[in-house]
Design a protein. Structure first.
Length: 139
């Protein structure tokens, strides 16, 4: 659970707190600003994942580079969708696309981490938590 919380925190830092309003608008209109955003996002992961998740240098490089590439692909597709709806003044669709974007990105982060480092998660503990909440209620 700790790892998932850290991944969500890193995503929020990189995609919200370190993303200025100006850069948020510019990345929708110009792909060079999208590269800048993804560079900042990837740098954040490069610097903080060894400290917060205990990854080695090689693991950190592998994970952070994959995170950056996947973040770029997701952002590129979603920003094109947002731009289309923004120009036609369908702001509700822009909001829905933004929520969908964050859901995809966090899911990709967690899935990628579990794929690259499966031994870091105690799946027996997860099984016991799921069993407790969904199948065995205390008396």
């Amino acid at each position: 659970m700790y790892i998932i919380n850290i991944l969500i925190l890193l995503h929020v830092l990189g995609d919200s707190i370190f993303l200025t309003k100006k850069l948020k608008q510019q990345k929708i209109e110009n792909v060079s600003y999208l590269f800048l955003h993804v560079g900042i996002y990837t740098l954040l992961f490069l610097l903080l994942t060894p400290l917060l998740l205990g990854l080695s240098l090689v693991q950190d490089l592998e994970f952070s580079m994959l995170v950056g590439m996947l973040h770029f692909v997701i952002d590129f597709i979603i920003t094109r969708i947002k731009r289309k709806y923004w120009r036609t003044h369908k702001y509700l669709y822009v909001l829905i696309a933004s929520l969908f974007e964050h859901l995809i990105q966090v899911s990709v982060l967690i899935t990628l981490y579990l794929y690259l480092f499966p031994t870091t998660i105690d799946f027996d503990n997860w099984y016991n938590i799921v069993r407790y909440f969904f199948f065995e209620k205390p008396v």
